[in-house]
Design a binder for this molecule. Sequence first.
Ligand code: ATP
Ligand code: MG
Length: 338
Amino acid sequence: MGNVLLTGDRPSGQLHLGHYVGSLKNRVELQETGKYRCFVLIADVQALTDNFKDPQKVRANVLEVALDYLAVGIDPARTTVCIQSLMPALSELTVYYLNLVTLARLQRNPTVKSEIRDKSFGAGVPAGFMVYPISQAADITFCKADTVPVGEDQLPMIEQAREIVRDFNRIYGDVLVEPEPLVATDEKSRRLPGITGNDTKMSKSLNNGIYLADDSDTLRAKIRQMYTDPGHLKVSDPGKVEGNTVFTYLDVFAEDAGHVAGLKEHYERGGLGDVKVKEYLFEVLDALLAPIRERRAEYAKDPGAVLAVLKEGTGLANEVAAETLKEVRKAMHIDYFG
Ligand code: ATP
Ligand code: MG
């Protein structure tokens, strides 16, 4: 099949700037090269693992995420966009892969560990959540993807998928393809922090995001709240750039690195207020988001057309998945009727 790219997002909210720099940008660039068969999966089954009591939220966000895709330039003529829950082959692959992974291995997965910490599960962690790395391996392998653009938080997931592929191929025969993660070239883009500070990644579930759909006023208000240097009280005080989220964002988003370097120097010396730096960040981000916002609003006028894109993509993806499943069943000697 040549190079195959697959990636996905959980419809647990709209897409944010972290998605944009961590993965969406890479996807669109690779789509444009024409060298990849591209798949993008809206992972609603995975979103339900920690939102199972709120199916309406997941359902509503399937459309929101699809709108975000179209707005950033994912082109349904060149990228197959599909919905996880409407692909039964994924559930079947998950069940087979479950045997290839120990509980201890899942419990050691750093992403699983940190997400359990971040999402307050109350009475306990649902079994479905614990095994989501395995269902993610099913997602990646249904189309034999070799390239998976992801943010840094997902690297342990890809590693787990690679182990599953290696074990499957060793035990049953060479059917699956080992995926490679593709992270952003710029290190700070791989794990964009939320507006509340550099320690936590921007995340749909943590209420610390700037969304691609945010209007100018919302954007300005969020930037105003952004974490800077708590010790920088008066404009004349010297300020810290390290750990200052506004500067982290400028490093990621501002094209004029020289200007940012000048601002940093002035800030550290004292005499440059947060308000000024934040206003510059607003200009930078608003210029990036305005065209995305406009395209999004256009697509949002016709939700029926967006659903049609998803329906067609899911149909195509199911055809590809059926081929892989046939090979998997044969290799596992469960192709009883041929
Ligand atoms: P949730 O909080 O519901 O898990 P999320 O914000 O983590 O949502 P996902 O749908 O889990 O978003 O992630 C989709 C993709 O975006 C993954 O490849 C992930 O690594 C990447 N990504 C998510 N957040 C960031 C971030 N802050 N910086 C860079 N990449 C990110
Ligand atoms: Mg996540």
